[in-house]
Write a protein that binds this ligand. Sequence first.
Ligand code: F6R
Length: 254
Amino acid sequence: MMKVMIVRDYDEMSRRAAEIVKEQILKKPDTVLGLATGSTPLGMYKYLIEMHKNGEIDFSNVITFNLDEYIGLSPDHPQSYHYYMYENLFNHINIKKENIHIPNGVAEDLEEECKRYEREIRRIGRIDLQILGIGVNGHIGFNEPDESIETKTHIVTLTEETINANKRFFKSIEEVPRRAITMGLSSIMKARKIMLLASGSNKAKAIKETLKGRLTTKVPSTVLALHPDVTIIIDKGAASLLTDEELANVELTD
Ligand code: F6R
């Protein structure tokens, strides 16, 4: 059963999430972390940096795999997920460069890049703790709602909803890349533990669908109900549409 933690606000969500990451790394210093970008994990990354600076977390043996990257944005592009990760986390902790994995959105052969990324994940084994945000349409990684979804690392065409949601990071909507490389649901679901974070009432509908207990590729996050160890940390806004019906499907924790 999915565990759900309903917390006061964004800051508390971020702090609780960082504590879970810290515990994981203390338990297993060579933890393989699956990482997300976007607005949601920013606060968690700030706490992780602070914990590292206080000597509470050593990242020297940690391995990371990012979920996704925009196609066409080079690592030095300020809106690329490479740039985001260095700016918001990697530059401030003692992680080794060779332990960082992010799909290359400017690879000459993008199909081959997907295969290479998939091989890299498999070479390391499996992800110990996968951190996820959620799209307003229920996407996880950039696995967008569709009739069917490829399960391995693949190229996706972003939906209008996602392009609209992400235009806030770009000067104009035209600049938002239309395609991305994303880790597949297979690697996400193979993770030993998954932690999904959501904050704000714009995520309330996606969270409600996720907890409904009805699996559909039209809401990719619904697949999480099949995973044995999922913790969902949401604030009051993201929890605002939940009724007894959804809450009966989960284990509430604090
Ligand atoms: C980002 C990712 C996406 C985001 C989602 C929510 O690496 O994989 O699934 O987690 O789009 O984005 P925010 O947090 O900006 O609302």
